[in-house]
Design a protein around this ligand. Structure first.
Ligand SMILES: Nc1ncnc2c1ncn2[C@@H]1O[C@H](COP(=O)(O)OP(=O)(O)OP(=O)(O)O)[C@@H](O)[C@H]1O
Ligand SMILES: [Mg+2]
Length: 239
């Protein structure tokens, strides 16, 4: 579903924020992307979503080269950024309808999906209000509802659980697991190692722009005979 071939990024022409990253994420996987602050997770995710052009390398999404056919590639995923930066002068419902329009969600399905997701994340009563009045977590939830609406095969999520209350975090984790059980794919970054341990099929650790390890969670744990937290700290201790 997602292939990165020797993907690199340098912001200033000097130090590599991401250094020849190679990853393959299969359909049906929940893939966790972890690493210390400044390791290159968000930079990688911004390249995957087409927000940042890679300095070098190739990104394929569902067999489509993101650089050659960006619109076709982008039809395969939705994305939740690390900060809920969102146009605030419209109402929540307007934002969701806009996203539904962009992704051609038919009107017959739109209402039921909006109801379902906004109820799940308990923001249905705020949909008539301007986003300007939303709390940080409410904006985050609105972005998540928007990302779920099109039911795209791939979810790309940058620290999606940050700022969510415990119930919303639980609901999102359940949705991620269900999505993959139904053949969908999730690529997400996180600092919450317990969550990564709990729900991921495979995990990649990035440190200073370089891939340190990429494997099934239980294989990594068996290989080191340690907790994921201890393994993470050992692999990234130079950071
Ligand atoms: N817009 C930018 N201009 C210059 N350098 C940048 C920019 N954005 C990120 N960087 C640098 O790229 C490197 C990777 O940053 P990135 O945001 O990808 O890290 P991250 O793994 O997402 O960290 P965090 O866990 O804090 O979110 C860091 O050294 C950072 O300083
Ligand atoms: Mg980040």
């Amino acid at each position: 579903m997602l292939v990165l071939e020797d993907v690199s990024k340098t912001y200033d022409g000097k130090r590599m924020a991401v250094d020849r990253l190679n990853l393959k994420v299969q359909a049906g996987e929940i893939f966790g992307f972890i690493g210390p602050n400044g390791a290159g997770k968000t930079t990688t995710i911004k390249m995957l979503t087409g927000l940042l052009p890679p300095t070098a390398g190739r990104i394929m999404i569902n067999g489509v080269d993101l650089a050659i056919s960006p619109v076709e590639a982008k039809r395969n995923f939705t994305y939740v950024p690390d900060h809920p930066e969102i146009f605030t002068a419209i109402r929540g419902i307007d934002y969701l309808n806009f996203i539904a329009d962009m992704h051609d969600v038919p009107t017959s399905k739109r209402r039921a999906r909006i109801e379902k997701y906004t109820q799940l994340f308990a923001i249905e009563d705020a949909l008539g209000e301007l986003i300007h009045s939303y709390s940080h977590g409410m904006k985050q939830k609105l972005l998540i509802c928007g990302a779920l609406l099109p039911q795209a095969p791939l979810f790309i999520l940058d620290e999606p659980l940050v700022g969510l209350d415990p119930l919303a975090a639980k609901r999102l984790k359940e949705i991620m697991v269900k999505h993959c059980a139904a053949g969908g794919t999730v690529f997400f970054s996180s600092h919450l190692l317990a969550v990564v341990d709990q729900i991921c099929d495979r995990v990649a650790v990035i440190n200073q722009g370089e891939l340190v390890i990429c494997d099934r969670v239980e294989r990594i744990k068996n290989g080191f005979a340690q907790s994921l937290e201890d393994i993470f700290l050992e692999l990234t201790q130079d950071a």
